[in-house]
Write a protein that binds this ligand. Structure first.
Ligand SMILES: [Zn+2]
Length: 157
């Protein structure tokens, strides 16, 4: 059974397992929006299993969205602080795989880490035009990674 998790402003974020949802209720970091007809019982408490919970922690949800955006820091982190063309760790910049001048957007899939040297060499070209190889094709973080990051903040792990 999965529980729907809503943001503070009732925006659906994702689903989680019952155990996590109940932990958040116990910690006072979420409230139940809708209860199912099933109940969890312990010797002292009987708690309806929620179908949907709403997070009470605004700041953390904001940080969740931050994690979703391909900021400079987030792209460097994903690429383990190494140029994706030559592996250098010096003078790192953000490179648009499809150049910005040619319609390349600021998306996870189009941004990669490049050292200044490689970025200059690549210029206004796509990697294949510049005869340069990306060691890892840029990807968006998987929802599960982002969610587990959020959980660790919510649960104070
Ligand atoms: Zn490089």
């Amino acid at each position: 059974m999965q529980v729907l998790v809503l943001s503070n402003s009732y925006q659906p974020l994702y689903t989680c397992g019952v155990e996590k949802a109940v932990t958040l209720l116990f910690l006072g970091k979420a409230v139940s929006v809708r209860d199912s007809d099933q109940v969890i019982r312990s010797p002292s408490v009987a708690l309806p299993i929620p179908e949907a919970i709403r997070l009470l922690v605004k700041a953390i949800v904001h940080r969740y969205y931050e994690t979703m955006r391909p900021t400079r820091t987030a792209v460097f982190k994903r690429d383990k602080h190494a140029c994706q063309y030559c592996g250098s760790r010096n003078d790192l910049t953000i490179d648009h795989v499809q150049p910005k001048s040619r319609g390349g957007e600021d998306t996870w899939e189009n941004l990669t880490t490049a050292c200044q040297k490689c970025n200059n060499r690549k210029g206004d070209r796509r990697p294949e035009e510049a005869n340069m190889m990306l060691s890892n094709p840029p990807k968006a973080p998987r929802a599960i990674e982002v969610a587990s990051d959020l959980w660790s903040k919510l649960m104070g792990w």
